[in-house]
Design a protein around this ligand. Structure first.
Ligand code: SF4
Ligand code: SF4
Length: 387
C-alpha cells in the first residue's frame, strides 16, 4: 500500500489576511453553496484515523495543517486533534506541522506548539518592504510587524520553526536584503518558493482565474510572479552569500535538497522529485485533491467520508497524476545534464513551448540552469569531502 502525505486545510481557503498573490484564496469559488469552511468533528476524526491506517508501519505518523490559515480554527480544535491522535495512534508518535501567517499566535498558542513539538512554518518574505508589498490585511495594511512579533514569541518558547519565503517581484531583486533581514530576525531555517502564477484573461468555467497549465485559452503570467532569469540570479547571489559565511549554520532547504539529490538520495522537495502524487490536499469538507497546487475540479480524487484515504492513495487517477510528471516532461529535459537533480520541476510551471512544439517546458527552466551551473563546483566539493 502506498503511503501518502496529506496537507489538511481545516479552514479551506479562509484566511484572516488578504495577500495579493495568494493562489488559494479563490478556491472558495469551488464551493459556492458552502455556509462555512470549518472542518467538522466527523471529518477531523476521519482524517486522523485514516491517516494512521494508511501510514501503518511507519516510525511516526505525520499530520500537516495548512490553509488558508489553519489557526482560524482556534486552539480547541487542535487540542481535539491531538486527543484523537493519542486515542488512535497507540504507542506510535505523531508529528504535527503547521503552516501559518503568524497573526493569531499568542502565548497560549506558543506554549501549546512548544509542548507538542509542532514544526511550524511562518510566512515571511524578507524585510518590511519586501513583505508588506503583497502580504496585507483586508484593509490594506502591512503584516510584517505582527509576523515579527510571532517569530519572537516562537523563539522565546523554543518552538521549532522555519521561514517560508515566497520570492516575488517585490523581493527577487534584493536577495541579500531578504537574507540579511531573515538573519537579523534570528531565523536559521529558510525555505524559498518562487511565485509563478498565470491569470486567465476571461473567467474560466470553474471561475478560477489562476489557471493550471492545462488551460489553453489566453492567460498572462501574473505581475507578482518572478521572471526565470531574475529568480536564477536571486538563487545564485543568495547561494554565494550563504556559502561565504553561513554554510553549516543557516539551513536553506532548497540548497540542502540539491546537495542531497546530487548524493543520489531523495531531496526534501516534491518539486525536484521524479514523480508527483505523494502529497494530497484535504479540504475542510473532506474533499481530496491530487496536490495543493492542483486544486481544480478535474483533479479532485474523492471525499474521505465516502472513500478512505487508503483507497484514494491507490487510485488510478492519483497514480496517473504522479507519473505524468515524468512522462509529460519537456523533450528538452531529456538531454539536460541537470535532469537527475531537477526532473523538469513542478508540472504547475510547465506552460512554455518546448523545442518539439509541445507546451510543457518549465517556465523556471532558465533559473534552474543558472542555479545548478553556478553551484555545482561547490556542491561537488562538499560531496567529495563527505565521501
Ligand atoms: S505538482 Fe508540483 S507542487 Fe504538486 S506534487 Fe508535483 S511538483 Fe509538487
Ligand atoms: S533545468 Fe530545464 S531542461 Fe534541465 S531538467 Fe530542469 S527543467 Fe528540464
Amino acid at each position: 500500500m502506498s503511503s501518502i502525505h496529506v496537507m489538511a486545510k481545516p479552514s479551506s481557503s479562509k484566511c484572516n489576511i488578504d495577500c495579493e498573490y495568494c493562489f488559494y484564496l479563490e478556491k472558495e469559488k469551488l464551493y459556492p453553496d458552502a455556509s462555512d469552511f470549518r472542518m467538522s468533528d466527523e471529518v477531523l476524526e476521519a482524517y486522523i484515523s485514516q491517516t494512521i491506517s494508511q501510514q501503518k508501519g511507519k516510525k511516526h505518523y505525520e499530520f500537516s495543517w495548512q490553509g488558508g490559515e489553519p489557526t482560524l480554527l482556534g486552539l480547541d480544535f487542535f487540542k481535539k486533534a491531538l486527543q484523537l491522535q493519542r486515542n488512535l495512534a497507540g504507542s506510535t508518535p505523531c508529528v504535527n506541522s503547521l503552516q501559518t501567517n503568524g497573526i493569531l499566535l499568542n502565548t497560549e498558542w506558543a506554549e501549546f506548539l512548544a509542548k507538542h513539538r509542532f514544526l511550524v512554518g511562518v510566512s515571511i518574505d524578507g524585510n518590511q518592504q519586501h513583505h508588506d508589498t503583497y502580504r496585507k490585511t483586508r484593509t490594506g495594511k502591512g503584516t510584517h510587524e505582527r509576523v515579527l512579533k510571532a517569530i519572537n514569541l516562537l523563539k522565546r518558547h523554543k518552538v521549532e520553526f522555519n521561514a517560508m519565503v515566497v520570492v516575488h517581484q517585490a523581493n527577487v531583486h534584493d536577495p541579500l536584503g531578504v537574507y540579511n533581514a531573515l538573519k537579523s530576525y534570528g531565523i536559521h531555517h529558510i525555505q524559498l518558493t518562487p511565485l509563478v502564477e498565470r491569470q486567465a484573461r476571461e473567467i474560466p468555467d470553474d471561475n478560477l482565474i489562476l489557471v493550471s497549465p492545462a488551460y489553453s485559452a489566453a492567460a498572462d503570467v501574473a505581475r507578482w510572479s518572478v521572471g526565470a532569469k531574475e529568480y536564477g540570479q536571486f538563487l545564485c547571489d543568495l547561494f554565494d552569500a550563504w556559502k561565504a559565511r553561513d554554510f553549516g549554520k543557516i539551513f536553506i532547504y532548497n540548497f540542502e535538497s540539491t546537495l542531497t539529490m546530487k548524493a543520489g538520495l531523495p531531496g526534501n522537495s516534491c518539486i525536484t522529485a521524479e514523480t508527483c502524487g505523494n502529497a494530497v490536499a484535504l479540504e475542510s469538507n473532506g474533499d481530496v485533491y491530487s496536490c495543493d497546487h492542483f486544486v481544480y475540479p478535474e483533479h479532485k480524487l474523492g471525499n474521505i467520508m465516502a472513500e478512505p484515504l487508503a483507497e484514494l492513495a491507490e487510485s488510478q487517477q492519483l497514480k496517473t497524476f504522479g507519473l505524468n510528471k515524468k512522462s509529460d516532461r519537456s523533450v528538452d529535459c531529456n538531454d539536460c545534464r541537470f535532469l537527475s537533480i531537477c526532473n523538469g520541476g513542478c508540472p504547475k510551471h510547465r506552460f512554455l513551448i518546448s523545442s518539439d512544439g509541445q507546451r510543457n517546458k518549465n517556465y523556471l527552466c532558465d533559473a534552474y540552469k543558472m542555479y545548478f551551473s553556478h553551484t555545482e563546483k561547490f556542491m561537488d566539493f562538499v560531496l567529495s569531502k563527505l565521501n
